[in-house]
Design a protein. Structure first.
Length: 227
């Protein structure tokens, strides 16, 4: 996921939130068997067929007060990313909307009435990681990430170690670790810091890596707009 401008600290100060609240572990939700067997197989096959399309993952950084995107910084994030086929993008939108109420109730964050999806495919090979960051971002006017989601998939049997997602409390004193299980999707509020722990792929084969589809639900400023 991107490493956009950090806003949670400012939000905490403005709201004067108590320490006990900021130390609470973030609420998250895991949907098992998220895709049907045929959808899962098709996505994995498509990902393996597009090995050369995965380019070094990019992040967004604050550089001397300016927010700059499209940056490759392997000291912060090491993985590959590519655009996902529109067919699969629609599958993910449909599946997420089908369990929207359950997700919102579990993580305590409602889906915005007006929202857009961001969806990308990611491959994590040997040595991949993504250091601590948050996903909340302000891009277009009135648009920012509200809910983050990660779908995990891999070849079977699993041939990599690590790659857990660690979620931190707002004050970063507590954390919970979520293991990347095949054909599951993790949802959590975008304002919480998190990181992808280092991944080891002993064989260093592309197909043995940790695959994921990253999704963000963005709030938009146009009430009639949904994607």
């Amino acid at each position: 996921m991107d490493a956009p401008p950090i806003q949670s600290i400012a939000i905490m100060k403005q709201a004067n939130i108590s320490t006990s609240v900021t130390a609470r572990l973030p609420r998250h939700h895991v949907e098992t068997d998220f895709l049907s067997p045929s959808e899962h197989a098709a996505l994995l096959e498509d990902s393996l067929a597009h090995e050369t399309d995965y380019a070094p993952s990019q992040i967004t950084e604050n550089r001397d007060g300016r927010i700059e995107g499209g940056i490759v910084n392997t000291g912060t994030r090491r993985s590959g990313q590519r655009k996902i086929d529109p067919v699969f993008k629609e599958i993910f939108k449909r599946r997420i909307r089908a369990c929207e109420a359950r997700i919102a109730d579990a993580i305590g964050v409602p889906f915005p009435a007006a929202h857009r999806f961001e969806i990308e495919a990611v491959h994590n090979g040997d040595g991949a990681f993504f250091s601590r960051h948050i996903d909340t971002v302000r891009g277009e006017a009135g648009r920012f990430r509200v809910i983050s989601a990660v779908y995990y998939y891999c070849t079977q049997p699993k041939r990599f170690q690590g790659g857990e997602l660690e979620l931190y409390s707002l004050d970063q004193t507590q954390s919970v670790r979520v293991e990347p299980q095949n054909n599951t999707m993790l949802f959590f509020p975008s304002i919480f810091f998190h990181e992808v722990l280092p991944i080891a792929v002993p064989s260093q084969d592309f197909e043995a890596g940790r695959f994921s589809v990253n999704c963000w639900i963005n709030q938009t400023g146009e009430p009639s707009t949904q994607e």
